[in-house]
Ligand binder design. Structure first.
Ligand code: FUB
Ligand code: ZN
Length: 629
């Protein structure tokens, strides 16, 4: 069913004037920093307890029990010997290990490998004899294992464990973590299913689905694929498992939050918790691919369309309400209340990659690009040592402090979070960037992301010499092994026309060593948002190449809402900045007055790529800017 498969990380070597400094930052600063954070050794940062929980679990024998009744176990109100932190804290270690694995794949590093091996030893020491592995229940109460799939995260932690096990095995050849994941997977395959005595449950937070498919791909065991399919198909079936589990009736809203209101193959709208959603949709796409399941694929298409066309910010952020960290209704994309969790954009990139394997349509990689160059990059500080979880499009620091509705929005990045799902997710994505660039089938090699790199595929050796993030110019050299086709994605922001173009890819027949040059012309452009989105009327965003720009108080003074730019403004590039002629309105001190045109003064407006905002302390920020017609 699939039209192409992505080249693995090991086949791609990145060398790019824009990305080198970011991938190096992640390799040399972020991964070591996060190792320290998981060990609670970062001064002034929120505590993780992640490694501490594994140490406790390795020592626990189940003779002492503690309550298992909350999502978060604080230090002050929880006994010392008990589990601490959020119920999914184990997953941070797994995501970190996955990031370390990808980093080791591209840059062997004995010191990092030793650290990773140490964490793996600890994880395996905590695993129970029967394969079960979740430190919350191992430490606190083993009698409650798999009794609250709706709220707790055993299957979610399993999913991240399996992803890490696969990645570590692929990078280092070491099986210990993979074996631990398989042992847990085997227990899951015994526990869940349609047979007598098995539970017909599924995880409240999806990811086990896509992780089981990774286990299947790596080991060849079909039981893991079947388990993934079972989880996808069982979800949303009536009677709801979560009702049975809790001896309760669905609350008014149903199980939208967990995408368990309806069987996924019949779902039409992206709803509920955004990270859960995109992880589920990725797993659905995986199952559809390997089970040749057209109905499931069409469900993925509908859900994709809904996100791309109705529920995605211009920055590639998704999830526009803090309530349930969730998707909202169509066209509801408030700038200053956005949730736009980093993990959600990362999950969207996972989903995009899977959809791009189905359809040779540039829309998927265009969305992945949008999320990557904007929300995902913005989530990390320039020094790699602090992070955003929530990625708003408009910030007034005062409002973040005093307005309850905006408490989730931070004006500066945090060193760590008690709920730290995003930073290690970012680390694993950036460390595996090479795996998002190229895909191929029997005849065609697709260039999906223009990240400077060399790659070896079954069809050709290819190199992309990229100034994509700068001028928008890209040079491709290709040495085919036999006559083949090269498909080059045309960026959706570009006015480049091309010749033989279909669904956003330009196709070239390649019979001998060839060089192709593209100028995608990354001139700054004003981009408008649909007028069905309330709040952006009369405003536009500035985009240059893949980057969305913003204005900040540090460059433009307070009250950014008073600024406007001309609809025909020209932009001068000054280093990282774009400078445009614009105006500042005189503030009206008087709350109400008879309508008259407000006085405005010409000013120079400085715009910075969105991903760089918030690196200079607390500061106003705005993506959409008023347009002077
Ligand atoms: O529940 C695990 C993770 O914590 C979710 O993916 C995030 O949204 C945060 O709630
Ligand atoms: Zn997150």
């Amino acid at each position: 069913m699939s039209c192409s498969i992505y080249l693995p990380l090991s086949a791609v070597k990145i060398d790019d004037p824009f990305w080198n400094k970011i991938t190096e930052l992640v390799r040399t600063v972020v991964i070591p920093y996060q190792y320290e954070a998981l060990h609670d050794r970062i001064e002034g940062a929120e505590k993780s307890f992640c490694i501490e929980n594994f140490i406790k679990a390795a020592k626990a024998d189940g003779s002492v029990t503690y309550p298992v009744d909350r999502w978060c176990y604080g230090e002050d109100d929880t006994p010392g010997g008990a589990f601490h932190g959020w119920v999914f804290q184990d997953s941070d270690a797994y995501k970190w290990l996955e990031a370390a694995a990808y980093s080791l794949c591209t840059h062997p590093d004995p010191e990092l490998e030793k650290k990773a091996d140490g964490v793996i030893d600890l994880i395996c020491a905590a695993q129970l004899e029967n394969g079960y592995l979740d430190t919350l229940y191992i430490i606190n109460d083993r009698s409650k294992i798999f009794t609250n799939l709706r709220d707790y995260h055993e299957l979610y932690c399993f999913g991240h464990l399996a992803e890490a096990g696969v990645a570590y095995y692929n990078s280092t050849g070491k099986r210990k973590l993979l074996d631990a994941a398989m042992k847990f997977a085997d227990l899951i395959c015994e526990t869940f299913g349609e047979n007598k005595g098995q539970k017909r449950g599924y995880g409240g937070h999806e990811i086990a689905e896509l992780a089981l498919v990774k286990l299947f791909e790596t080991t060849g065991y079909v039981k893991y694929l079947r388990m993934a399919k079972f989880f996808v198909d069982e979800r949303g079936r009536k009677p709801y498992y979560f009702d049975l589990e809790h001896n309760a009736k669905t609350k008014g809203e149903g199980y939208f939050y967990n995408q368990a209101h309806r069987q996924p193959r019949f779902q039409t709208e992206a709803v509920g918790h955004a990270v859960r959603g995109v992880y589920l949709y990725s797993g659905m796409a995986d199952v559809a691919k390997y089970c040749n399941d057209g109905e499931l694929y069409f469900a993925c298409r509908r859900l994709w369309d809904n996100i791309e066309q109705r529920k995605m910010y211009i920055t590639g952020g998704i999830g526009s309400t803090v309530h349930g960290e969730a998707f909202s209704f169509d066209y509801d994309l408030p700038n200053d209340l956005a949730y736009s969790e980093t993990c959600a954009s990362i999950g969207l990139i996972f989903f995009a990659k899977r959809m791009a394997e189905f359809d040779a349509d540039s829309r998927y990689s265009a969305v992945a690009e949008r999320a990557l160059y904007n929300t995902v990059l913005a989530s990390m500080a320039e020094d790699g040592k602090s992070f955003f979880y929530v990625n708003p499009l408009e910030v007034n620091p005062l409002a973040c402090r005093v307005d309850e509705r905006k408490k989730h929005i931070k004006a500066v990045r945090q060193k760590w979070f008690s709920c730290a799902c995003c930073p290690p997710n970012l680390a694993r994505l950036i460390s595996s960037l090479g795996a998002y660039c190229y895909s191929e089938n029997e005849d065609t090699l697709f260039i999906n992301q223009f990240i400077g790199s060399t790659a070896k595929s079954a069809l050709a050796s290819v190199s992309v010499d990229s100034d994509y993030a700068g001028s928008g110019r890209v040079k491709i050299k290709i040495s085919p092994k036999r006559p083949m086709t090269l498909a080059v994605r045309i960026p959706e922001w570009s006015d480049y026309k091309g010749g033989d173009v279909k669904d956003g890819y330009e196709y070239f027949r390649i019979e001998k060593e060839s060089e192709l040059e593209f100028d995608f012309n990354s001139q700054p452009r004003l981009v408008k948002c649909s007028n069905l989105v309330r709040g952006n009327e009369g405003r536009a965003a500035v985009q240059r190449g893949p980057f969305i720009y913003c204005i900040e108080g540090a460059d433009n003074g307070e009250n950014l809402q008073l600024l406007s730019i001309d609809k025909n403004a020209s932009f001068i590039k000054d280093g990282e900045y774009l400078i445009a002629d614009g105006y500042r309105e005189t503030p009206d001190e008087k709350l109400y007055s008879l309508y008259s045109k407000t006085k405005q003064t010409p000013v120079k407006i400085k715009l910075l790529p969105y991903y760089r905002w918030g690196n200079r302390g607390e500061n106003e920020m705005q993506v959409y800017i008023r347009i002077n017609n």
